[in-house]
Design a protein around this ligand. Sequence first.
Ligand code: AHG
Ligand code: MN
Ligand code: MN
Length: 333
Amino acid sequence: MRRVTLTQFLIEQQRKGLMDADLRLLMEVVARAVKAIAVNVSKGALAGVLGEAGSDNVQGEAQKKLDVIANDILIQANEWGGHLAAMASEEVEEIRPISSDYPRGGFLLLFDPLDGSSNIDVNISVGTIFSVLRCPEGVTAPTEADFMQPGTAQVAAGYSVYGPSTQLILTVGDGVHGFTLDREMGSFIYTHPNMTIPEDTKEYAINASNARYWEAPVQRYIGELQAGKDGPRERDFNMRWVASMVADVHRILTRGGIFMYPMDSKMKDKGGKLRLMYEANPMAMIVEAAGGAASTGRERILDVQPTKLHQRVPVVLGSKNEVERVVRYHLEA
Ligand code: AHG
Ligand code: MN
Ligand code: MN
């Protein structure tokens, strides 16, 4: 079988007119950063990368050493190539315009450098999530306002999972494509063409310890799944919760399912748990491109007009028929 590398895949996408040279470069650079992060993640205790960094991020969450390492790797890899106008990271309060030492390009890159931080020290899968926007026409010195674009404006999105193997999943809107890192060769190989999410599923993912804080439509939906074949759904459902969004979404992209981090009464003032720009939007773009759906429960995630960089939103995504049912329960309530 002919092995197609990420580089070959991207060149072919460019020939088909699906991306320009700058976007291709951006994808290559992100993939290179992902390889460097994978090396650090996999060395674990041997390289002293586990544990707390001793600092808090803008969201007031304790940073792990690997949160900081992954963030630095992504910034250093991307700042000099000339493809970006600015970056924004979940771990950094302010946006980071490209320094005047380097040429500025036309894209904005946003990332969650290390998703699933609570799993680092226990050797469970973590990942990186990224989103690409266009810097508005004529803007030479981008500010936070230039990032305030809805998810529908994303030109590309992707994530990596650092699991038993390292995988990179990408979309530019035209299907979802998966690559597996060949560690000996140091290259990503195209192993998962056109990933799709089945419309129906028997699997759901939610942190059920928050059950008493959920709103009525979510209580109703999960209650029905738990009642299984004795309830109105008349069949049993299975539950999984990795607590790394990348790993939970990756399972859904592989075999279907619904993932929920819904609104609940204890985070009402924050707007939700997951971050719109670094988690919800890129994952929603991928899930929709794979035939699934992504909603806040009340609104399509990709239509949400952001008002601030580190904004949070409720997230319901995955197999279409289940997501639509959750939305219906919200409308009925
Ligand atoms: P991060 O590590 O980037 O802060 O994200 C963690 C997120 C997400 O990956 C996961 O689905 C969720 O938080 C887990 O939350 P709980 O610990 O509340 O289950
Ligand atoms: Mn995250
Ligand atoms: Mn993170």
